[in-house]
Design a protein around this ligand. Structure first.
Ligand code: ACM
Ligand code: ZN
Length: 542
């Protein structure tokens, strides 16, 4: 009896020891952000030199290998050769036993091996390696990489970054750079917010006025939107030609990023109303808006011609974007014009709708049906739930207060709750002593720690976890007029959202903070700008 007890104790001690060892093995030091699922230290090291060869086992890996070679050329002083051969200093291969975005990365004294379920997964392994190379010790022979065995895959399938190019236009080169930044954080969706009250940015050949008139506002409000009576007197505009859009979609695809375009409707449409006034309820003239905020003027949902217009626009949109999803907005659509409009009221009566909420749903359903004919699914902001939605619609949650209600519907959900994911918010508790500039929203603070605290499954039953398809960081640009400011808003908080969407298992802010010091140096090497409040220790200070 006594013996059995002792044996049991010894056994338990061994179990505990093994567990401690396993945990410490998994939590081995890494510089990688987002943190990989498992990192185990391995004896030995490998020095990657300028003459190293990247061996690829498959044609599909040539481009990821070339991209990697271009990324590390700066650290190695040379662009590595990519060869179709069995073994190299870095060997890349595919293994169908691994998932779509799952990879392993091994560094031993013999070299570096990256194996992925798909070329996309290998690309993620190379993004991890890229960060390790940037952080590695530089010797005469090259960059020394410590031995490690990494197993990695993401938590959620949609890891997005949204850019609003409606409020301020960003050039093709800047959009590509934004995509590069998303890719280095292992994000796989670029949500491109292309139309706004303040500017229409996508060329639609059937409706040339959208860009001729709608892409330009005559000036922009200066200072606080709610009180300012001052304007800058400077026209602001720009749009992407269809050729440029194809170029950006291809650029993103090479980096395994799908571009999800958003045509925001039936609200946020003043630039379209300025271009084609008959799309509104009241046949009056409009100007592309010069202030921020929500317009009462929206698309008239009573007139059939509005649907002809939207279908004409979307036909060209689907021809440009191969994405499975098309974002059709649905947010912030006031009902006042519809209440007064004979066409809209007639539509409500004819269709037996209860009210204007159901009128918006009627509109969304029709657009969804149209897109379904083109084999596309819709995403909409969480206001699309008012008045009823189909199960096939994906809801993009931005109003934090709607989280449990939205999840309870059972639809697919993408989380971008504004108090965690809106990158236009202040990122320090002392915004007015710093250089945060103006903010369009409520004066909330979204520190790095707060962004990091996003738990996609918070408050959910395990049976509901599957409804959360993704997380996303959104950058609204009312007060982000240039690419320098864009970077300072986006970074380093994008890294926190990336880790919320990627990292499996318990999160640890202190560990993240340590890795952020490495990521900061990586940003420096990449020539990226970022906010330093967190690094300076003043983000959480009142
Ligand atoms: C939104 O922020 N209006 C989606
Ligand atoms: Zn109307």
């Amino acid at each position: 009896m006594q013996e059995a007890k002792i044996m049991r104790r010894v056994f338990l001690s061994i179990v505990a020891l093994v567990a401690v060892f396993a945990v410490s093995a998994q939590r081995a030091h890494t510089v990688i952000v987002p943190r990989p699922m498992e990192v185990t230290a391995v004896k030995g090291a490998y020095t990657l030199g300028a003459k190293s060869v990247i061996a690829v086992a498959d044609d599909s890996l040539v481009r990821p290998a070339e991209l990697f070679a271009s990324y590390v050329a700066r650290d190695l002083g040379a662009v590595l050769d990519v060869e179709q051969q069995k073994k190299g200093a870095i060997t890349l291969s595919l293994d169908s036993a691994l998932g779509k975005e799952e990879y392993t990365l091994d560094i031993t004294s013999k070299g570096v091996t990256v194996v992925g379920g798909t070329p996309q997964a290998v690309f993620y392994g190379l993004q991890s390696l890229r960060q390790m190379v940037a952080a590695g010790e530089v010797t005469k022979k090259g960059v020394k990489l410590e031995g490690v065995a990494i197993k990695d895959k993401p938590l959620v399938g949609h890891r997005g970054a949204m850019l609003d190019v409606g409020r301020h236009f960003f050039t093709v080169a800047e959009v590509k750079r934004f995509i590069d930044i998303a890719a280095m954080h292992k994000m796989n969706i670029f949500h491109w917010h292309l139309t706004e009250d303040q500017g229409w940015r996508i060329e639609i050949k059937k409706y040339p006025n959208l860009t001729k008139i709608g892409s330009m506002r005559k000036q922009t409000v200066v200072g606080r939107n709610s009180i300012s009576k001052t304007f800058d007197g400077t026209p602001h505009g720009g749009y992407y030609t269809q050729k440029e859009i194809r170029e950006i979609v291809a650029y993103a695809a090479e980096r395994y990023i799908e571009v999800v375009p958003e045509i925001d409707m039936p609200g946020h449409m003043v630039a379209a109303l300025a271009s084609y006034p008959e799309l509104g309820c009241r046949n009056e003239k409009f100007e592309v808006r010069t202030r921020w905020g929500i317009s009462k003027d929206v698309l008239c949902v009573g007139k059939e011609s509005t649907f002809d217009f939207i279908e004409g626009v979307l036909e060209e949109v689907v021809s440009l974007f191969p994405s499975k999803y098309i974002h059709i907005g649905g947010d912030e659509c006031p009902r006042v014009r519809w209440k007064e409009c004979p066409h809209c009221q007639q539509r409500i009566q004819q269709e037996g709708l209860k009210d204007e909420n159901e009128l918006q749903s009627y509109f969304m359903h029709r657009v969804e049906k149209f897109l379904a004919k083109h084999n596309r699914r819709i995403v909409g902001w969480d206001e699309i739930i008012y008045g009823g939605i189909n199960k096939s619609a994906t809801i993009m949650l931005w109003n934090d207060k709607n989280r449990s209600k939205v999840v309870s519907l059972g639809n697919d959900v993408i989380l971008t709750p504004k108090y965690f994911c809106y990158m236009d918010y202040y990122q320090t508790k002392r915004p007015f002593c710093n250089k945060e500039g103006l903010l369009f929203r409520d004066n909330r603070i979204l520190t790095l720690r707060k962004a990091y605290s996003l738990n996609p499954y918070e408050g959910l039953q395990p049976s509901e976890y599957g409804r959360i398809k993704g997380v996303q960081a959104n950058l609204w640009t009312e007060y982000v007029a240039d690419f320098n400011r864009l970077q300072i808003k986006l970074l380093p908080r994008l890294a926190a959202t990336a880790e919320a969407g990627w990292t499996i298992g318990k999160k640890d802010f202190d560990d993240f903070a340590h890795r952020m010091e490495h990521l900061r140096r990586f940003y420096d090497k990449e020539g990226l700008l970022y906010a330093t409040y967190f690094f300076d220790g003043v983000d959480e200070v009142e």
